[in-house]
Design a binder for this molecule. Structure first.
Ligand code: HEM
Length: 192
């Protein structure tokens, strides 16, 4: 029930999955919203701190999620899937893991490079140190500019990939009528 089986996801993997979906959507919306606000207002500062706190939560969750995945059987993809679709699903999962690590790390590097040296205090409690920024990125302002661009592009990439995944899941549910989507919602083993 809690753990994965060869044919289905356990409750822990399902909760991780949907918590990550909600957090990433919230971070994406908040990121776009806060960057459009006047930078001098204290409310904007609070939203930036919230964005950074939620972003670090994602980084912690994806690390734990990866350990959980390594410690558990990974459910097989359904037999009804052709080979190309399986290969695509595996490549997509890898790309999602890469992006979900790379986005918060690029954000962390970006705030570390900022000439303003603004501290990051998670949920108003935990002070996060700045990272050393690679010298190859130039002076602080240049490095911050580059990392802002990288952070934004990676964030759009994860949303595009997730939208593609959601469309594929609905196609499986509504057209192929298999258990691909259902097993992401319920711990009942899938019909393979
Ligand atoms: C999965 C996690 C994250 C997602 C999906 C995400 C997404 C975004 C998005 C969409 C933007 C707006 C980009 C733009 O239009 O300029 C943004 C901006 C920003 N993010 Fe993140 N972010 C994440 C994690 C983090 C983390 C961990 C930090 C810092 C520790 C961070 C720091 C920032 C900052 C400082 C900005 C404002 C950049 C600017 O002023 O242009 N983000 N983020």
């Amino acid at each position: 029930m809690l753990r994965n089986t060869p044919n289905g996801y356990g409750l822990i993997s399902i909760v991780f999955h949907w918590a990550m979906v909600l957090l990433i959507l919230a971070l994406f919306g908040l990121g776009l919203y806060m960057t459009g606000l006047p930078q001098t207002e204290s409310g904007t500062f609070a939203l930036y701190q919230l964005h950074k706190s939620l972003g670090f939560t994602v980084l912690a969750l994806v690390a734990v999620r990866l350990l959980w995945r390594l410690a558990n059987p990974v459910p097989r993809l359904l037999d009804v899937m052709p080979g190309w679709e399986r290969a695509g699903a595996h490549a997509g999962h890898l790309a999602l893991y890469f992006l979900i690590f790379a986005i918060p790390l690029s954000g962390w590097l970006m705030v570390s490079a900022s000439p303003w040296g603004i501290p990051t205090v998670l949920y108003g409690v935990l002070h996060v140190p700045h990272l050393p920024v690679p010298a190859a990125l130039g002076d602080k302002a240049a490095a911050e500019g580059t990392l802002k661009g990288v952070h934004e592009i990676l964030a759009w990439a994860v949303i595009a990939l997730a939208a593609f995944y959601a469309a594929a899941a609905f196609k499986h549910h509504l057209i192929s009528r298999d258990d691909t989507l259902r097993r992401m919602i319920s711990t009942r083993p899938a019909r393979t």
